[in-house]
Design a protein around this ligand. Structure first.
Ligand code: AOF
Ligand code: ZN
Length: 371
């Protein structure tokens, strides 16, 4: 379906508000999409809602409940096409029809085989329907992992890096340099909540000794699995990952010829160990790693470095989004580069406006897809 009529500035503003509301579901609705809904009658907002928790009511239902009888004759602005399937909750198309809403404007199409097609169904029932308003790039930007799931069996993959102004990750090899401030770090914890897995390379695990848990305001519905790519099975049994109280599971991917004794040691420390095919002494077959994660039900993975793992993902065409925090520091010569050997002709497009966290800036870019 294509837009039936040009949208007014007010229409667009209400749809943007629906997108804004949708974002409140971050970390709570995954792997469902984030969805927001605004109901407007005679220029007045009579109800707002968003999908707040996986398995819970959909955005439209929440907004309709808020509006009550004032929904009659209103326009519903929804960031995603209203579903027409009976899932964990009743179909939104039914709820909209029952409420007497006269018009529906939606942002992105729902790619789901059962859930999709709600727009056409509402139009057939006599409502004025406009959508999808967003092009494919914008639609994917809002719920990338959700849309990716319908296009590819591997998880959607984002890379988070914190770099200096001159593009360095650390002052010297083998050292950790804290570049960003507490506000940016809080944002990293918020971001983590929206992923099923957080992955780092062996060198980062050794040097940073991270916990990879979510310690922020948004508590994820399911804590992301903590993943280390450790070809040589050298991760210390004393790593912070293995300490503490029942954090999320730890998965360690090693070369499939790593010494049996080391695999047993890691298992004993508390990891699930996954011997995997490899491409070089220090490089696992990342396609295999991601395929395993996909089969295990992980649909969104956040890589938190280091630079070499990020670059290997990028070169293999397995990187979908980049979260780049830039800190106002110069590391100078000898620093570890943030983008070692990235594909020079790789094309990227802005996925969100630059955001400030005190003196640090977050840039979010999506890889431009060729298909
Ligand atoms: C909507 N509004 O707010 C959301 C939609 O299992 P269920 O019943 O929660 O359905 C999940 C599917 O419904 C999800 O995969 C997507 O296709 C759609 N999500 N649709 O109309 C919403 N969250
Ligand atoms: Zn629905």
């Amino acid at each position: 379906m294509t837009p039936r009529s040009p949208l007014s500035d007010a229409d667009r503003a209400h749809l943007e508000r629906a997108v804004e509301l949708a974002a409140r579901g971050w970390g709570r609705v995954h792997p469902n999409p984030m969805v927001g809904c605004v109901l407007v009658r005679d220029g007045e907002v009579v109800g707002e809602g968003w999908h707040g928790v996986f398995g819970g009511p959909h955005a439209e239902t929440v907004a309709l409940e808020a509006a009550g009888p004032r929904a009659r004759g209103a326009t519903a602005y929804v960031s995603l096409e209203p579903c027409r399937h009976e899932g964990k909750t009743p179909a939104c198309t039914r709820a909209l029809l029952a409420s007497g809403v006269a018009r529906v404007v939606f942002g992105a199409s729902d790619p789901g085989g059962d859930s999709g097609g709600g727009g056409a169904e509402l139009a057939e029932a006599g409502l004025a329907v406009t959508g999808p308003v967003f092009d494919d790039v914008r639609a994917r930007r809002l719920n990338p992992a959700f849309h990716h799931r319908f296009a590819s069996p591997r998880p959607w993959v984002a890379l988070k890096l914190a770099a200096s102004l001159d593009g360095g990750l650390a002052a010297r090899p083998g050292t950790r340099t804290q570049l960003t401030g507490p506000e940016a770090q809080a944002e990293v914890h918020r971001l983590r909540a929206g992923f099923d897995g957080i992955v780092v390379g062996a060198e980062t695990a050794r040097v940073d000794d991270p916990l990879l848990t979510v310690r922020g305001e948004v508590q994820p519905r399911v804590p992301p699995v903590r993943i280390v790519l450790d070809p040589g099975a050298r991760l210390s049994s004393d790593a912070a990952l293995f300490r503490g109280d029942g954090g999320a599971p730890v998965w360690v991917f090693t070369r499939d010829d790593a010494p049996e004794g080391e695999l047993e040691r890691l298992e004993a420390a508390g990891a699930s160990v996954h011997p995997t095919a490899f491409r070089g002494p220090h490089e696992l077959d990342l396609g295999r790693v991601l395929a395993f994660c996909g089969e295990a039900g992980l649909s969104a993975i956040l890589c938190e470095g280091g630079g070499r793992l990020g670059a290997a993902l990028e070169r293999a065409g397995l990187l979908d989004r980049l979260y780049l925090f830039v800190a106002p520091r110069i590391l100078g010569e000898g620093a570890i580069p943030a983008f070692p050997g990235w594909t020079p002709e790789g094309a990227w497009t802005m996925a969100a406006p630059p955001a400030s966290f005190s003196d640090d800036t977050l840039l979010v870019y999506d890889r431009v897809r060729e298909d």
